[in-house]
Design a protein around this ligand. Sequence first.
Ligand code: MN
Length: 471
Amino acid sequence: MKATINPSSARSNASLNLRNWLSHLADTDRLEVTRDGISLIDELAAVSKRLENRSAVLFPKPDGHAIPVVSNIFMDRGSIAESIGISEKDLLKRFQSAVRNRLPWVEVKDAPAQEVVHRKVDLLKQLPIPKHNEHDSGPYITAALLIARNPKTGVQNVSIHRCQVNGPDRIGVLLLPRHTLHYFKMAEQSGEGLEMALVIGVHPAYILASQAIAAVDEDEMEIAGALLGEPVEMVKCLTNNVRVPASAEIVIEGRILPNVREPEGPFGEFPQYYGPRADREVIHVEAITHRKDAIFHTIVGGGVEHLLLGEIPREATLLDHLQRSFASVRDVRLTRGGTCRYHLVVQIDKTSNGEPKNIIMGAFAGHYDVKQVVVVDMDVNIDDPNEVEWAIATRFQADRDLLVVSGAQGSKLDPSSDGGISAKMGLDATKPVEAELMKFKRIHVTGEEAVDLSQVLVSDPKAALANIVKG
Ligand code: MN
């Protein structure tokens, strides 16, 4: 399956990298560059936060470091869709289809990612690693793909974890109970470390794919290939058997140490609170490789880029899950106010009363993070929080349309939960199927959309007013 590519017969996907995406953002006026020497501690994250939603930011010589840092490579849903060459309305559909129809990667021999090799490692000297939120314990690598191999089968997993710098060649890493931890436990039980790599600075689609809610042993780089319609080119690490994207800017090779835990945290997280300090797994770094003119990508914890990256793959998965049982479900959104994890809006083409409550229960089961579900009709714009609130204000009665479940599993990072035990709330904000047509008919002014203001308005309103009001 992972055949070595024949360069004469295969099209290279060397263009699918971070730097070409940055050039595209610059060409479309969405890349800012700072003066040299912005501080890696707090200042870089502060500038990034001020420009989130608006533009990517490139920081040359941060704290005098030779390698520049880039942040905010995603600004909104539209820029994510653009990075994979599709329109925003097709985003969830394309992601669903890429998860279902993965495209195996190919192996190459030469990689820009390995132009420069450091076998004597000093993380903070060799890489510009920022500190982001106020009470973060220190510098964190936040935008690295952690690629690890199933110790038995060699199948790879790709995910993003917060990585605290613990020493010149040591990284503390938070492994939630998903696939990387599963592979690590397998290795640790046989008394071994888990070979892995941290990959920094890749094409946006690779980062998006890493966040897919895929099954264990479904390689996320195959989802990345399917998203772009081209197999990803991978190269073998120099010190272990992990394969990494050849077009990456920077690769940190190492292993997660068996039977070692060190304090990690606090770290500013997506709910806009700090994830607590605790004893966590530790990576020993064995080599760093990078491009000659490498760029380091960072994501500010809890910032827009962080929220968006979690949002799209979760929405695609929840939509898939709901559509399996409910033909009326058309679209879903995890709202910004709900941290792009906790609050879900489901849009349906309603055909039967009662079904919204079944859909609410289905959504609770779709992901344990989901805490509130609002079901709305097709005439509500689910990208506009005011429209969703309007639907609740005019189509919902709490004694009839509210569903509450106590003591369910929720998010441990929700500070209002009881250590992750959480209540769930569902709101059916849909019209009754049998409603009389005019009762829920939205008001509308005929011709509003068609008005051409340039044909209607005069160019000098001040003069026109003076002409009318003479006294
Ligand atoms: Mn996985």
